[in-house]
Structure formats: structure tokens, C-alpha cells
Write a protein that binds this ligand. Structure first.
Ligand code: LLP
Length: 427
């Protein structure tokens, strides 16, 4: 669905606009986001899951008011995990009952705000939080719809920092040792809570469906125990997000309809064998929707060939706009996009402008040997967890997000200014 092509001179165009024009008008670095592609992916998830399921876009991947409006228009729901994300969602008019509130350490103030606003569900992450949310809801005279997040003990095959269903980490309540069953017992007793389901998120950038299979099996096992013990069949099950995207040509992601089919079949089968009514399924894709829809456009600065090693190509951004390479050893590709070149490929490392040798954007990449300062290069698949994890390290200004669609470009998050930076300094 991405509308990226090359014109006769080899200049990349996206949504009908060429990158040289984008660089002139908006400057570099910039995240360039293809709005039609975003909408198409959101719609594909929505359609794949149909009316009997809900798709919650995970706002942590990238959130802005424009994104909230697109999601609303395309019929998706939204998962937020902080007061800031909730504020963004509400300020852009997302219906509050379509918002899910996550997090392992929601503050009492955040909980109160979410309950008062009337969020569709709060996902409870600990025993303390079960009591806290129940108390706050009761004080406000509300009955808050909640899910309990459990850890199913699956080892997802992904980077340690983004795997979340094994037991030794901070999220959720373990199924092991009857802890999740105890959490359910407590939640069912509390007047301030309406327990609507069980939640499981096994990790991120996952390609293999077997982790979801095990998770669904174990969550359905818990639903069955709940039915047997309390005589209640919880109506919902959330399988989280985590579906992988192609960062390089080695990755082979699944289409939303394949994922929907696989997850629905797994849950239905497990419920049939447990003689349970099939609950309503929800999922929370973030990366799979926004990740592929944007690239980062950089201008090449200093080029430093190191004999016998590689050529260091410095760009005007770096780890402040994409921390993923440094943090997770993530792999990206890169291409020259402001012209074509017949020059020999050279082994390059794309690095940023920060005062740190780990400031690497693309570790190993081939770029044409005639690359020169002023050329534009693009790093694809930076829509997820790049702008949302961007920092001001070295007082570098965070880049804008420019949305392109049908030959028009508009800024949806503006570039930071030095005034923005200085505004926070007191005295
Ligand atoms: N639901 C829950 C409860 C989550 O914790 C997450 C991600 C998602 C959904 C969305 O996962 P996705 O579909 O986007 O993989 N910063 C890391 C990823 C951290 C993900 C945290 N939770 C990265 O850049 O890879």
C-alpha cells in the first residue's frame, strides 16, 4: 500500500511528493509518514478481525493527534499507557470508551483521571493495582471495566528487553502458582470493578505464531478455571500486540488477515475443547500498523573512509531520533534517495552527530561509493518506536513528522526549536 516510487532521475517520491522537495520544505532529519499507507494498514487490521473482535492500536509505537483522528475514522480503538498518551487521545476526540489504559505503575492520579473520564477498560497489572483501582472507582461511585494482565510463561523469540511473558520481568501477574487465579478471585469480590477479561502480551517483533498459541491455551485454561470456581464466563480475551514487521529484506511478516485467522482459530479451538463460549478477542498492534509507514530522511554530512574497515557516513540526526539500533541491536537498511548512482557499492556505517561512539543508525549497509555531503538518504521502517522514543540528547532538536498523502505534505508533529528546549530551563 505504500506509495513510494522513484522518478526518472532516481529521486524517491512518496505520496506523490519527491524527497528533495520534502527536504527543502521541511528540513532534515524528518520522519516522513505515508498517511494512505497508515490508514490502509489500520483498515486491514480492522477488516481482518471483523465485528466480533476489537483492534486497539498501541499508542506507544507512535502517537499524535492526527494519528488519533485517523484511528478513530478507521474504526480502531486505542491503547494508552500513561497520562500523557491518555491526554493526547482525549484531546483529539477519541471516544473514551474505545480507550484501554495500560501500565505497570499507573499513578493514583492517572487512575483517577482515567476512571473519571470513563475509559473503556483498565488493564490491571498487580495485586496492589487491583485494590487501588477498585478503591478509586468506588470513591467516585463508578464500576470500572477491567482486564487482568497475566504472564503465561512463554519465551518469545525476540530481544530480551522487549519480551514480556516470561516470569522474571515487571509486567503482569503470573499464572504460575495460582497467582492469576487469586487475582481474579479478588477482582470479582470488589464492587468498584467489573472484570471483563484476561490480557496477555508476550513481547514484540515476533514472527512465530507458536507463542500466541501457548498463550491462548493457557489463558483459556484460566477462563475455564474461573468458570469452574465462580460460575462466570469472562466475555473477553486480549492477546496483546507484538507482530513483527520487515526492517530488512530478511524479515517475512504475516498479513493481518493471516494473523486474525490464526488467532481466532486458536482461541475458538481452545474454547471448544474447554466447553467455553468463545470470548470476544482483542489485539493491540502498534509496530505492525505504523512501523512500515514512515522513513527517516537524513542529509549526509561528513564521510570518513577508514582503510580496510568501512566508511563512516554521518547524518544530521542519530540516536536521538532512532535509539533502537543502540538499544536493541536493531537492524535497518538505508538507501540513497536524492539521485541515482551507478558507482560501486561501499561498505558503510550510518552514524549520527552525537558525542558517543554507539550512536549508530545503520550498522552495516552498502551505499554507492560516490556518496557525497548533501545527498539525501532514507532509513525505512522507522514509523514505530523512533519518534516516540526520541530524546534531546546533546540538545539535538527532535525532528518533525511530515504526513504525505495524494501529493500533499503536512506537518503533524512539528520540529522542535531551541525555544522549546530553553523553555524548560528555570533561572
Ligand atoms: N500491548 C502491550 C500491552 C504492549 O506492552 C505493547 C508493546 C504493545 C501492545 C504493542 O506492541 P507492538 O505491536 O508494537 O510490538 N520499544 C520497543 C518495543 C516495546 C514494546 C512495548 N510494548 C522497540 O522499539 O522495539
Amino acid at each position: 500500500a505504500q506509495t513510494v516510487t522513484r522518478d526518472g532521475e532516481g529521486v524517491l517520491t512518496v505520496g506523490g511528493i519527491d524527497v528533495k522537495r520534502l527536504a527543502e520544505e521541511f528540513g532534515t532529519p524528518a520522519y516522513v509518514l505515508d498517511e494512505s499507507d497508515f490508514r490502509a494498514r489500520a483498515r486491514a487490521w480492522r477488516t481482518a478481525f471483523g465485528q466480533d473482535a476489537d483492534v486497539f492500536y498501541a499508542g506507544k509505537a507512535f502517537l499524535s493527534r492526527a494519528v488519533v483522528r485517523w484511528l478513530h475514522e478507521e474504526g480502531l480503538n486505542l491503547d494508552v499507557c500513561s497520562g500523557g498518551e491518555l491526554a493526547t487521545a482525549l484531546s483529539a476526540g477519541m471516544p473514551v470508551d474505545r480507550i484501554a489504559f495500560h501500565g505497570n505503575n499507573k499513578s493514583p492520579a492517572e487512575i483517577e483521571r482515567a476512571v473519571r473520564a470513563g475509559v473503556g477498560r483498565i488493564v490491571l497489572d498487580s495485586f496492589q493495582e487491583i485494590a487501588r483501582v477498585a478503591h478509586i472507582a468506588q470513591e467516585l461511585g463508578r464500576r470500572q471495566r477491567v482486564q487482568i494482565r497475566v504472564t503465561v510463561g512463554v519465551e518469545a523469540h525476540t530481544h530480551e528487553f522487549i519480551a514480556t511473558a516470561h516470569e522474571d520481568q515487571k509486567f503482569g501477574i503470573p499464572l504460575a502458582g495460582g497467582q492469576a487465579a487469586e487475582a481474579v478471585r479478588r477482582a470479582l469480590q470488589l464492587d468498584g470493578l467489573e472484570l471483563i477479561g484476561i490480557h496477555s502480551h508476550i513481547g514484540s517483533q515476533i514472527f512465530d505464531m507458536s507463542g500466541f498459541e501457548v498463550a491462548a491455551h493457557r489463558v483459556v485454561g484460566l477462563l475455564k478455571d474461573i468458570r469452574d470456581e465462580h460460575g462466570v464466563e469472562l466475555p473477553e480475551i486480549d492477546l496483546g500486540g507484538g507482530l513483527g514487521i520487515a526492517y530488512t529484506s530478511d524479515d517475512d511478516p504475516r498479513e493481518p488477515h493471516e494473523i486474525a485467522k490464526a488467532l481466532t482459530e486458536i482461541v475458538t479451538r481452545e474454547c471448544e475443547s474447554a466447553r467455553l463460549r468463545t470470548p470476544r478477542i482483542s489485539v493491540e498492534p502498534g509496530r505492525a500498523i505504523v512501523g512500515p509507514t514512515a522513513f527517516t530522511l537524513y542529509e549526509v554530512g561528513t564521510i570518513k573512509p577508514l582503510d580496510g574497515l568501512r566508511t563512516y557516513v554521518s547524518v544530521d540526526g542519530g540516536m536521538s531520533d532512532n535509539i533502537r539500533t543502540a538499544l536493541y541491536d536493531a537492524e535497518y537498511s538505508v538507501a540513497l534517495v536524492s539521485r541515482s548512482s551507478d558507482a560501486e557499492p561501499m561498505l558503510a556505517r550510518v552514524v549520527g552527530k552525537h558525542c558517543e561512539s554507539g550512536d549508530i543508525v545503520v550498522k552495516d549497509a552498502f551505499l554507492p561509493a560516490d556518496l557525497a555531503p548533501g545527498d539525501l538518504i532514507a532509513v525505512p521502517a522507522t514509523g514505530a518506536y523512533c519518534r516516540s522514543m526520541a530524546s534531546n540528547y546533546n540538545h539535538v532538536l527532535r525532528p518533525p513528522v511530515v504526513a504525505v498523502r495524494d501529493g500533499e505534505a503536512r506537518v503533524i508533529v512539528r520540529r522542535e526549536t531551541e525555544d522549546d528546549l530553553l523553555r524548560l530551563d528555570v533561572g
